[in-house]
Design a protein around this ligand. Structure first.
Ligand code: HPA
Length: 234
């Protein structure tokens, strides 16, 4: 047990999928895993371990934002031995060629700060995805007929953003989309010698102000789980 995870040693698989929403973790575990067992419910942050095609997998919520993800990813890596961590989540598109429902594989993520910023001080550290996972996720998503974009994203600390000028610079510099977790996940994975990737679907568009209806969110979430599982065990 750790401060935030009630699982026993050995309850967590080396491969962990991390949706933001704990109820999505439950839904995905029940839909995709064989024999899912709930291994954490501390503070309502649900985690489940089961198997997919014979491979052990944990699906554990991260919560929203880098401070929350950082707590769970740190404990999953340091205390439970997680080695491959794949974020599955939604993002807001920042480029006109990126459309609602498209899949984004985040090669890198820009950020103003993460819980790790104190380490780097004046250095602009560039967090990046594991290339093997990225390539495998691309192959899986392509095989499913998804519209895929690979490139840089922006991990913001805020959903309600009072700095539209920053978003303008992101758009101007080709950043594909905004979300709130990937930069810290990539940084932690690098620090601890793990593999990480963020597989995202576009749920809203900052330029057109369109948003996905909730039933489409469920099906795009399902596609991301499949892409992440295929990539993890490719
Ligand atoms: N901003 C930040 N995070 C997000 C967004 C957004 O517009 N959409 C989905 N996650």
């Amino acid at each position: 047990m750790t401060v935030h995870i009630g699982a026993q040693p050995g309850d967590i698989a080396e491969t962990v999928l991390m949706p933001g929403d704990p109820l999505r973790a439950k839904w995905a575990a029940e839909k995709f895993l064989d024999d899912p067992v709930c291994v954490n419910e501390v503070r309502g942050m649900l985690g489940f371990t089961g198997t997919w095609k014979g491979n052990r997998v944990t699906i554990h919520g991260s919560g929203m934002g880098m401070p929350s993800l950082s707590i769970y990813a740190n404990e999953l890596i340091r205390d439970y031995g997680a080695k491959t961590l794949i974020r599955i989540g939604s993002c807001g598109a920042m480029q006109s060629h990126v459309k609602l429902r498209d899949v984004i594989l985040a090669m890198t993520s820009s950020t103003l700060s993460t819980p790790s910023s104190g380490i780097f001080r004046e250095l602009n550290y560039a967090p990046c995805a594991d290339y093997g996972l990225l390539q495998a996720a691309y192959t899986a998503a392509d095989g499913m007929g998804a519209a895929i974009h690979v490139g840089g994203i922006y991990s913001s600390d805020v959903f309600y953003d009072e700095r539209p000028d920053l978003n303008e610079q992101m758009v101007r510099h080709g950043v594909l989309a905004v979300e709130m977790e990937a930069a810290e996940l990539y940084t932690l994975a690098a620090r601890h010698g793990c593999r990480a990737l963020a597989v995202l679907t576009v749920s809203d568009h900052l330029l057109t102000e369109e948003a996905l209806p909730s039933e489409d969110r469920q099906s795009s979430f399902s596609d991301m789980v499949e892409i992440a599982l295929e990539a993890a065990f490719a």
